[in-house]
Design a protein around this ligand. Structure first.
Ligand code: ATP
Length: 397
């Protein structure tokens, strides 16, 4: 990855709840690795919605446009009606709609590929399946989460959908009989370039990382058109990677297989919502959300974040597991081509888990000692410093 700046410019987006705590841990660890970078902290989160009516202010988007990458803590999202109530009275005009900042970032910066590794680190007492070591490639801008939906079905749209030539008059009859104001609609858009891009990202990754199998999770026997395009483009890309085993599975059946035989999966490709679901399921196999990092990758910019939310129930108590955030920082280092730093961080995290020292409350078994976010970060920093090379890797850009 060629960065805009010789010393990469990294945006820190703390967000809400435990976001600032785990992001602080990541910053300390990156400093301990002597990662040469510039940082800017940007405003994002619920309190900006409450005060300005925008959880992702325009000034933050402008600042991000000059950055190489961002580290995102976590964000609180609430349903539209609750969000409206928390606006200051003068902004409660009904004109503002709350949209999750991370969804807006994905769309504004075309962060088309979400990468979500799930690895069962040896020694993690919360592993359900020790054999799990997979990476989910989730399409991040299209599909069922594309954001095109209606609470009540607009009549012009319903008319087009029941048009005898292009639509489905038989199936639409039921909705007209029910009354269009009783019917809501969410769409699933899949573009050919989008389907091809996510498949290619997965195969490129598999080739670069020596992974042997890429599996498409879809449901083309039911979602014939969009699932059909996903399958068709997947097969086209797969033909360019003869050394990699390309397989396909129905999304529902794959959930069972994942729990029973996770070793059958290596790299997974999926549409937006399917990818979201399967990556959360896989996170459950390897100790839960505290171990699930992610990267939202575009062509020139990427945002790295733990997949967990803001965990308001434990916020501000030094209880959060920072590992998902730290593994996200590791992914950022790899994306910035700081491979040696990424490997050192991975090795330090794996060692800490192996030695039973990554024991936040979500990890420790009943009756076992529990460590705070800060203690775990301190231990990791000690480990990194104890294994520091005599001549650190010079920054490449
Ligand atoms: P949000 O509204 O921000 O999505 P949430 O509580 O609905 O918040 P999560 O934040 O993902 O969803 O939390 C789900 C559960 O997992 C909570 O009980 C939370 O305490 C726990 N949890 C999430 N992340 C962590 C973490 N890093 N360390 C420890 N526990 C966590």
């Amino acid at each position: 990855m060629t960065t805009r700046h010789a010393r990469p410019l990294i945006a820190l987006l703390p967000g809400d709840g435990i976001g600032p705590e785990v992001l602080h841990a990541a910053r300390r660890v990156l400093d301990a690795l002597a990662f040469e970078a510039e940082y800017i902290e940007c405003d994002v989160g619920w309190r900006f919605w409450q005060t300005e009516g925008d959880a992702l202010p325009e000034r933050t988007i402008r600042a991000l446009e000059s950055c190489d990458a961002a580290l995102f803590g976590a964000i609180t999202s609430k349903p539209a009606t609750e969000a409206e109530k928390e606006l200051p009275p003068e902004l409660r005009t009904g004109a503002r709609r709350y949209t999750s900042p991370i969804v807006r970032l994905r769309q504004h910066f075309d962060l088309h590929t979400a990468i979500r590794p799930c690895r069962a680190y040896a020694g993690n007492p919360r592993n359900i399946r020790d054999a799990t070591d997979l990476v989910v490639f989730r399409e991040n801008t299209e599909g069922l989460y594309g954001g095109i939906e209606w609470r009540t079905l607009p009549e012009p749209l319903a008319r087009v959908m029941s048009d005898p030539e292009h639509g489905h008059p038989d199936r639409m009859r039921r909705w007209f009989e029910l009354g269009l104001d009783q019917v809501s609609l969410s769409t699933r858009f899949v573009s050919r370039p989008g389907a091809e891009r996510i498949a290619r990202s997965a195969f490129d990754y598999a080739r670069a990382h020596g992974r042997r199998r890429v599996t498409l999770l879809e449901k083309p026997n039911v979602l014939r058109e969009t699932g059909g395009v996903m399958t068709e483009r997947f097969r086209a890309v797969a033909s360019e990677f003869p050394e990699i085993d390309a397989s396909e599975a129905n999304m529902d059946a794959a959930c069972t297989q994942l729990v029973m035989q996770p070793e059958r999966f290596d790299v997974i490709v999926a549409e937006n919502m399917f990818g979201d679901i399967v990556s959360d399921l896989a996170a459950g196999l390897v100790g839960g959300l505290g171990f699930a990092p992610s990267g939202n990758i575009g062509d020139r910019f990427a945002v790295f974040e733990p997949t967990h939310g803001s965990a308001p129930d434990i916020a501000g108590q030094n209880l959060a597991n920072p590992i998902a955030m730290l593994l996200s920082a590791r992914m950022m280092l790899e994306w910035l081509a700081r491979d040696e730093l990424a490997e050192r961080l991975e090795a330090a995290i794996a060692g800490l888990i192996r030695d039973g020292l990554a024991n936040t409350r979500d990890v420790a078994l009943p009756g076992e000692p529990v460590a705070t976010t800060g203690q775990i970060t301190d231990r990791l920093i000690d480990r990194i410093q104890a294994h520091a090379p005599a001549n650190p890797e010079p920054a490449r850009s």
